[in-house]
Design a protein around this ligand. Structure first.
Ligand SMILES: [Zn+2]
Length: 380
């Protein structure tokens, strides 16, 4: 997700936070400070306690996402990162679940965790009430009450059956498990997401009409949810077009590569300029050593290009996404990261071709045009 900041790593999963979370933090802190905390407190005390509560809420959302990710990984899916944003968070799976049951357990893990956290906050409140005096409890109660309600709220909101919310995933896994294929299940669940978004928008409108500013909040959520549901439908459509096609059919076997010993100036002179190449695989005796992109040239000042070798600045092979010739194009689409211009195609350890992003998008566009022609022929 663009516009996000890397916080660190937990259990090998990268944790990122989207700038829209700053808005949540501000909203949560202000609404707590003004509405919930005792008016007798000083402004500073209100803000500090509200900020602590907001921070704890942030940790709760992170735990909700971690639960999804850890269950997903346990069930054999790869998770690259977690991004916390306006609607809570997203776990970025590098592949979609292969079985309906895996999706079901992964999806329910998040809301379940939120319910547990709500229970925990309630438990802390009960415990604190026994050991602390009434004065101290005026500080503890608003925070624990807030965390109890907000975690129940997070769990319930996420259980709304609109894909890609957790409830939508649960719905999809049930439809899928009942024997429909995943595409059909995704279409139904994504439509559910659109319906939920429209309903939220309508509620927001009604609230605004009655003069309640919270309505604006509903609009923001509806907007994001609609966009996400649309995105899922679009992704499903693309996967439908790519269905049944294997990497071998689209890869090019006549491709340029370079070796780790080549100097950067020769790389530019012989490959970048004459062939307009922005990224090439780096090979040594047919085996993948890494990849070099124009962006990697930034690592060395221009005056050093004649004395620097490709091997010193390339992206090492272990960080390069690759694919096998008999893999499905759909898996290649999942593997192609936003910054990848190609995937090296590897068979028996040797690079036998490259699958270029342009070739994939061009192919999908052609398929789409043919579909459109077929549809209009049928209609005529
Ligand atoms: Zn969730």
């Amino acid at each position: 997700m663009p516009g996000s900041l890397r916080l660190g790593r937990l259990f090998g999963i990268e944790i990122r936070v989207h700038f829209s979370w700053a808005l949540i933090f501000l909203l949560v802190t202000l609404s707590l400070a003004q509405g919930v905390l005792p008016a007798s407190w000083s402004d500073t005390k209100q803000l500090v306690v509200a900020a602590i509560a907001a921070l704890l809420f942030f940790i709760c959302v992170l735990l909700h996402e971690l639960a999804h990710s850890l269950v997903a990984r346990r069930l054999g899916m790869r998770v690259s990162s977690i991004t916390l944003f306006l609607l809570g968070g997203v776990s970025n799976l590098t592949e979609e679940p292969k079985r309906a049951s895996a999706e079901f357990f992964m999806a329910v893990a998040g809301p379940l965790t939120s319910f547990v956290l709500a229970g925990l906050a309630y438990g802390v409140h009960q415990l604190a009430a026994r050991v602390l005096d009434a004065g101290a409890m005026t500080t503890v109660t608003p925070v624990t009450d807030y965390l109890t309600t907000i975690n129940i709220g997070v769990a319930l909101f996420n259980l709304v059956p609109g894909y890609p919310l957790d409830g939508g995933r649960v719905l999809r896994s049930i439809i899928w498990g009942l024997g429909r294929d995943r595409s059909a299940a995704t279409r139904i669940a994504s439509r559910g997401g659109e319906v939920v978004a429209v309903l939220l928008g309508l509620i927001g409108g009604l609230l605004l009409l009655t003069g309640d500013a919270v309505g604006l909040w509903y609009f923001v959520i509806a907007y994001f949810l609609f966009g996400m549901a649309r995105g899922s439908l679009e992704q499903e459509r693309v996967e439908g077009l790519a269905k049944g096609i294997r990497v071998r059919q689209l890869m090019s076997t006549d491709f340029r590569s370079t070796s780790p010993e080549t100097t950067l100036d020769v790389f530019i002179r012989d490959l970048v300029l004459p062939f307009n190449l922005r990224a090439v695989p780096v090979l040594s005796q047919g085996r993948l050593q890494g990849a070099l992109t124009i962006g990697d040239l930034h690592k060395v000042v221009a005056s050093g290009w004649s004395s620097t070798r490709v091997g010193q600045v390339m992206i090492p092979a272990r960080e390069v996404h690759s694919i096998a010739p008999d893999d499905l194009l759909v898996s290649a689409l999942e593997r192609l990261g936003p910054s990848d211009t190609f995937l090296p195609v590897i068979e028996a350890g040797a690079v036998i071709g490259v699958l270029e992003r342009d070739a994939v998008t061009g192919y999908l566009r052609t398929r789409e045009m043919l579909e459109a022609v077929r549809r209009s022929n049928r209609a005529a």
